[in-house]
Design a binder for this molecule. Structure first.
Ligand SMILES: Cc1ncc(COP(=O)(O)O)c(C=O)c1O
Length: 383
């Protein structure tokens, strides 16, 4: 088997129509065709994150750039940041903030659990924070944060900016930017969008833009949203930095696929895929790291049962045709991570489980043939 099924939590498999968009002629960043596509993409992004007046920025870079863009445009040296961390990517905010001399405090959960909203509320009452960050889905642990509830709490603290990392969630799990009081929501495109990595999308609320203006000159040039603003407002008239033309074409097509399918349909589909994988894997003897109520729809974190060694299992699985990801940090060797987002269908779910069964057989693990695929098929296809 040559072409592997890429079932990692990003990048996700790229649909041919997106690859075709990427392969279009490269034109000038002022070409009317590009200007039209960028404008359309920015409008479509607002639809994806459900905002009326939010200002989208599409900037060449990846999810980490989005994190840094959010931080440098909302905090300056000495300002106070509260990081809610549910794993590796939550912790990354701390490292970024420390580069800029920002005072950081962290509320961290045990990996696989969440920080309860009441704990966040207590912390915010105790002390004033200029900004709070929360990863909607921390890809290292597969937990999904209660975004809406945290947004409700933050309505009592209107001077605090709410930053959400949507890299492993946007377009795959509901995110109502306006209704939930999110001020900066950024994403990468290589996950639920199903687009190759290379752009970050950051949407700023009016409050977040006011906050940026209140900072005056900031310690960033390329990441300063005020320098990108004229391009985003009028791509035909302004140059700031050459845009990643073909990547914007790809993103435009990625969002088109998303909106044509319908956001609600897409959210429901990923939920079904998550349930199908989880029930199939349970039948084969695996357990999930995250409790059901906080499990992400976009990625599953799967604990090995006794008798399966991480590396030989993943290597054999890859040889058989499926790529999954290793556990990170304290979870290394204990879990594998399986992505189920982007432009995939039931075919990938069933094929992945079938190849997992073959792999279990190859490593002489005791299981019942068809137990995994059968359980998944019931979730996917039963009337
Ligand atoms: C939740 C989350 N945030 C941030 C990042 C960083 O994104 P990138 O690797 O595109 O820089 C990732 C990457 O997987 C992620 O999953």
């Amino acid at each position: 088997m040559t072409k592997k099924l890429m079932m990692i939590p990003g990048p996700t498999p790229v649909d041919q129509s997106i690859l075709n968009a990427l392969a279009k002629d490269t034109v000038s960043h002022l070409d009317p065709e590009f200007v039209k596509i960028l404008k359309e993409t920015l409008e479509d992004l607002k639809t994806v994150v459900m905002t009326e007046n939010g200002q989208p920025f599409v900037i060449p870079g990846t999810g980490t750039l989005g994190m840094e863009v959010a931080i440098v445009n909302s905090l300056k040296k000495g300002d106070r940041l509260l990081v809610i961390s549910h794993g590796f990517f939550g912790d990354r905010f701390v490292e970024i903030a420390q580069c800029y001399g920002i005072e950081v405090e962290v509320l961290a959960s045990e990996w696989g659990k969440i920080v309860e909203p009441e704990e966040i509320a207590r912390k915010l009452k105790e002390k004033k924070f200029d900004v709070i960050t929360l990863s909607h889905v921390d890809t290292s642990t597969g937990v999904c944060a209660p975004l809406k509830e945290v947004g409700e709490i933050l309505k009592q603290f209107p001077e605090t900016i709410f930053i959400v990392d949507g890299v492993c969630a946007t377009g795959g799990i509901e995110e109502r930017m306006d209704d939930w009081g999110i001020d900066i929501l950024f994403t990468g495109n290589q996950k639920a969008f199903g687009v190759p990595p290379g752009l970050t999308n950051a949407v700023f609320s009016e409050k977040a833009l006011e906050r940026r203006n209140s900072l005056g000159k900031i310690s960033a040039f390329y990441m300063d949203v005020n320098r990108w603003m004229p391009v985003m407002r009028n791509p035909a008239g302004e140059y700031f930095s050459t845009h990643a033309i073909n990547m914007v074409y790809a993103l435009n097509q990625g969002i088109k696929l998303m909106l044509a399918e319908g956001l609600e349909e897409r959210f429901k589909k990923y939920k079904r895929f998550a349930l199908a994988f989880q029930s199939g894997l349970k039948e084969l003897g695996f357990n999930m790291l995250a409790a059901e109520e906080i499990r992400a729809n976009t990625v599953s974190t799967i604990l090995y049962p006794a008798g399966i060694e991480d590396l030989p299992f993943r290597e054999k699985l890859y040889e058989n045709g499926v790529l999954v990801s290793a556990g990170k940090g304290v979870l290394a060797g204990k879990i594998f991570r399986l992505g189920h987002m982007g432009n995939i269908s039931e075919n990938e779910v069933v094929a992945t489980l079938s190849i997992i069964e073959k792999t279990l057989s190859d490593i002489n693990y005791d299981f019942r043939w068809g137990a995994g695929t059968g359980a998944a098929e019931k979730v996917l296809f039963a009337k």
